[in-house]
Design a protein around this ligand. Structure first.
Ligand code: ADP
Ligand code: MG
Length: 676
């Protein structure tokens, strides 16, 4: 029997090689393929150029009246040009980098061309040549790459739709579909891939967005329901005296805010309901020590605690600082990451299983199959926005009756938070430890880079260390590395041998990254050129200046996080943003970061000022990676979908209602397979 979970390998034309290539695009199952949606639609109906505006995409039919000439320049670049007579007028047509099209063009012949119209030059920049038999008026354009070409995807989707359209059942309950005038799943898929008009596609997308948000909201509601059941075994019966002696021996007094959230957490732990709490606090607000208190409480009640961080550098740093903080307390720490050697792992796993180790610090490695815990009572997730819902659950499910504390420095606006983190209680640390000097941030254009470099030199001469950050400009690690490398070479040329320059980027092995970070911490080099690998939690008190190149390529929340790497010591610290934003919005964004050190304010600005379709900032703030829906642009759909999910799950028997059967089946299924 066929099912949407069938591998795409069942389709004709998908062999081993193509399968691998499709997998790389995230397409594994028929369902993945059918929900691999077009990026845009090209309107292929013939246009009258007399009414077309400059820059418009047009389809035109005309006669080739000059012999097409093909010029090559560079290694892979080419230009194919000729003249085309359309309705008695003559236009220049050029195709860039598609030399093979020359074969399809003949003098005097009629062709249909799709391209961009340039009104001032009476020119068309061609994108494709259409066959005479063009049957669709709207051409779906899919994200594709060299290995899986546009046409391949199109054909596979057509094939899959034909073979599977009979089993596209509706997951959304009928009453909701009627209430919001949503299309059936079958029609949604059909109209998104093969729309009869732009309006049909838009309507189908509306349903797809609702569906995506609704299923997400259902998942959150179900999580909430499972964890709100009274569970006496989750109780952490800690020793208040021990907690007191721990806080008293710290080198600093807790801020009022830290005390407040500490009490909220300890109250949760005592309660016979699993804790499910989100701890929000700006960078540098001191979340780690609060986590330490919760960890000590769990351990003192005889249970294990684990803390998971998104990177090895950070896990290692936590392991070191906990070792220091817990010196003299009965805490036995193990560090488990992807970099842990097989030998060390083998020695470690039994002592985790036996309970001899009672604090396990690590990365994603913490929830791997081979890792068995003795009695995990508390799971702490640091920088929780870097993990998916399922990853957070995966760690929690390593124990039974396990309390969860998720920590994040990226504040997201309340409207979104209610939905995204609807299953959690929230604690906020809203003050920084006393005596911190606010980081001074300035924005300069790249023309002023020299003056920034002089400033950097002065800081170096006074004994400080410097971060230099380069962004992810392209979606390719190779390009980013080149970028970082170029800047690395430039800084070496300027500052060496007086000062040493180090490099940290995503392409380095984890061991290399750790070494670079450790060397920087130990002041073996004074300048660290890095990609965003350093974004999270890294603590080097002697680094007081950060220089960020192409700062306008980052989200505001991310810039705020990045700059949080400085300002951790006694000295005044600085952040210099180098950026040449292309428009007013870009300028406003830079000004916002330069003028505010308030993470909440910046996350709100991020939403207000972000360009259309640019959701990088949001992704960096922990938004799940929605496929079609946009949590900001489609906020009203999100809100409604969330309300509906809530009202369905109010009734604990919801799964038994006939109209919910398919929904329940779907959710049960995805809960067991996804690991995003
Ligand atoms: P974050 O909330 O960004 O994770 P950390 O927990 O790393 O921040 O804390 C940043 C620094 O502030 C650490 O060096 C920590 O020791 C220090 N710190 C934490 N709480 C206090 C406090 N109450 N007073 C002074 N320093 C503190
Ligand atoms: Mg931290």
């Amino acid at each position: 029997m066929s099912s949407l979970t069938d591998s795409v390998a069942v389709l004709k034309g998908v062999g081993e090689k193509r399968l691998t290539a499709l997998n790389k695009l995230g397409i594994h199952t028929i369902n993945d393929l059918l929900t691999y949606f077009p990026r845009r639609y090209d309107d292929l109906s013939l246009k009258d150029l007399g009414t077309a505006v400059d820059g418009q995409k047009v389809t035109v039919k005309g006669q080739v009246i000059t012999t097409p000439t093909l010029n090559f320049f560079g290694r892979k670049k080419s230009r194919l040009s000729f003249r085309l007579k359309i309705d008695g007028n003559i236009y220049n047509v050029t195709f860039f980098n598609q030399p093979w099209l020359k074969k399809q063009l003949e003098l005097e012949a009629e062709v249909i061309i799709f391209g961009t119209f340039n009104l001032n030059h009476n020119q068309i920049q061609g994108m494709k040549i259409l066959n005479g038999d063009k049957s669709d008026t709207y051409d779906s354009i899919y994200p594709s790459n060299k290995e899986v070409k546009q046409n391949t995807i199109k054909q596979l989707i057509q094939l899959a739709f034909k073979q599977y359209e009979n089993i596209l059942v509706d997951i959304i309950p009928t009453s909701l579909r009627q209430k919001y005038r949503l299309e059936s799943f079958h029609d949604t898929i059909k109209n998104i891939h093969f729309p009869s008009s732009p309006i049909a596609a838009k309507r189908a997308f509306r349903t797809a967005k609702f569906m995506e948000f609704f299923l997400f909201a259902m998942k959150i509601q179900l999580l909430k329901a499972t964890h709100r059941q009274p569970d006496p075994k989750s109780k952490i019966i800690y020793d208040p005296k021990l907690i007191k002696s721990f806080t008293q021996q710290l080198p600093f007094a807790l801020t009022q805010s830290q005390q407040k959230v500490m009490n909220e957490i300890l109250t949760d732990l005592k309660n016979p309901i699993e804790m499910n709490r989100l701890l929000q606090g700006d960078v540098g607000s001191g979340k780690t020590v609060v986590a330490a208190i919760a960890i000590l409480a769990a351990i003192s009640s005889g249970r294990q605690a684990a803390i998971m961080a998104p990177t090895e550098i950070l896990a290692e740093q936590h392991s070191n600082s906990f070792a220091k903080m817990f010196a003299g307390f009965d805490v036995n720490i193990a560090l488990l990451t992807g970099a842990t050697s097989a030998l060390a792992r083998r020695a470690m796993l039994p002592s985790i299983q036996s309970g001899e180790v009672n604090l396990i610090v690590g990365t994603h490695a913490l929830f791997q199959d081979q890792v068995d815990y003795h009695n995990l009572g508390l799971a702490v997730i640091d920088e929780q926005h870097r993990f998916g819902v399922n990853q957070r659950q995966a760690l929690r499910q390593k124990g039974t009756s396990t309390n969860m504390l998720a920590m994040t420095a990226t504040p997201i606006p309340r409207t979104l938070a209610i939905t995204m983190y609807g299953d959690m209680d929230v604690s906020v640390i809203d003050e920084l430890p006393k005596g911190r000097k606010p980081i001074k941030t300035t924005w300069i254009t790249s023309a002023k880079t020299e003056s920034a470099l002089r400033f950097v030199k002065k800081q170096l001469e006074s004994g400080s260390q410097i971060y230099v950050v380069t962004p992810l400009i392209e979606e390719s690690e190779a390009v980013d590395m080149k970028n970082a490398l170029a800047i690395f070479e430039r800084f070496k040329a300027i500052f060496e041998p007086q000062f040493t320059v180090g490099l940290l980027h995503g392409r380095m092995s984890n061991q290399e990254k750790d070494e670079a970070m450790t060397d920087f911490k130990e002041n073996k080099f004074q300048v660290l050129v890095a990609t965003t690998v350093i974004e999270v939690g890294v603590d080097v008190a002697n680094a007081n200046t950060m220089l960020i190149f192409d700062a306008d390529h980052f989200g505001l929340a991310q810039l705020h996080q990045l700059r949080g790497r400085v300002g951790r010591g006694e000295k005044q610290s600085y952040c210099i943003l180098i950026a040449d934003p292309r428009n007013e919005i870009g300028k406003k964004r830079m000004k916002a970061v330069a003028s505010s050190t308030d993470g909440f304010f910046l996350s709100q600005k991020d939403l207000e000022l972000r360009g259309q379709g640019d959701i990088t900032g949001l992704k960096q703030s922990g938004m799940p990676d929605f496929k079609v829906a946009d949590p900001v642009g489609d906020l009203n759909i999100l809100t409604v979908a969330n309300q509906e999910a809530q009202s369905i799950t109010v009734n604990s028997d919801w799964q038994k209602k006939p109209e919910n059967v398919q929904l329940a089946k779907y959710l049960k299924y995805t809960q067991t397979i996804t690991t995003d």
